[in-house]
Design a protein around this ligand. Structure first.
Ligand code: IPD
Ligand code: CA
Ligand code: CA
Length: 266
């Protein structure tokens, strides 16, 4: 099968992210923390809106791109026969969504054998859309993005996130204890995909999280890299189950601090 034009994949991902975002906005008054179920722990909610958003995206992909693989947070699983797989977080920032806070988004990426090829992150409450195509740059509402170079760790605003599991959080608190005195400040926004976009557009300098899933970071990671960030994560790195993103010099420094802390935490 011939490789599709990444611009067509970007158009499809953008249309579906916008449609899913509208669906989520329209359901916000119907769902509540009380009606949500929980997943990995009692503080990890999933609502009918998360599922409806994933269903809408999956239906759109099955009809436009039959044969592509699917990996969705709420359970979509299809093997790829085309070499492409869509990685979907239908609602990243569910806790914010259920509390009526604005920092939540739809995240859609498509991957080939080399990793993420196209990524779209759409935040319905502001209408902002970040996107990237591998090798062709990243943009925010059509404006090309370039990360801010040269900021030292002591001047850096660092975004992070925490696991839903209490024992993991105890470990994550140890990292914070060492990092917080060494940086400008920390932010916990509640959406990993938006955190990565904030590195890309300069509304944060760096992001790291120790335990993360592919759907949290597939689109945002590409957007950050295409804006010039370095991402570090996976087996053999200082964040074997997580991800770090920052301009290259800052990424090195931050990874070094996290590695040293890891030796103390372990
Ligand atoms: C979560 C958010 C959060 C991050 C968690 C994720 P969800 O995703 O991205 O910022 O810290 O690790 O699980 O559950 O809202 O899709
Ligand atoms: Ca997520
Ligand atoms: Ca989610």
């Amino acid at each position: 099968m011939s490789t599709p034009d990444p611009r067509d994949l970007l158009g499809l991902a953008t249309r579906l992210a916008h449609a899913a975002g509208a669906e989520l906005l329209s359901r916000q008054d119907e769902v509540s923390l009380e009606s949500a179920q929980t997943k990995s722990s009692g503080t990890d909610p999933v609502s009918a809106a998360d599922r409806a958003s994933e269903q809408l995206i999956v239906d759109g992909l099955l009809s436009a791109r039959p044969g592509d693989g699917l990996l969705g947070e709420e359970g979509a699983r299809e093997k790829s026969t085309t070499g492409l797989t869509w990685v979907i977080d239908p609602l990243d920032g569910t806790v914010n969504y259920l509390y009526g806070r604005p920092d939540w988004c739809v995240s859609i990426a498509v991957q080939d054998a080399r990793g993420a090829l196209v990524g779209v992150v759409h935040q319905p409450t502001t209408g902002i859309t970040w996107s990237a195509v591998r090798g062709a740059g990243a943009s925010r509402d059509g404006k090309y993005l370039k990360v801010h170079e040269g900021r030292k760790l002591a001047e850096a605003l660092v975004a992070t996130g925490f696991s839903y599991l209490a024992e993991r959080r105890a470990e994550q608190a140890e990292y914070l204890r060492h990092l917080l005195p060494a940086v400008r400040d920390l932010r916990r926004g509640g959406s990993a995909a938006l955190d990565l976009c904030s590195v890309a557009d300069g509304t944060a300098d760096a992001y790291y999280e120790h335990v993360i899933q592919p759907w949290d970071v597939a689109a945002g990671g590409l957007i950050a890299r295409e804006a010039g960030a370095r991402t570090i994560g996976g087996p053999g790195t200082s964040l074997p189950g997580g991800l770090l993103a920052a301009p290259p010099d800052l990424a090195e420094t931050l990874a070094g601090v996290l590695s040293r802390t890891r030796r103390r935490v372990a």
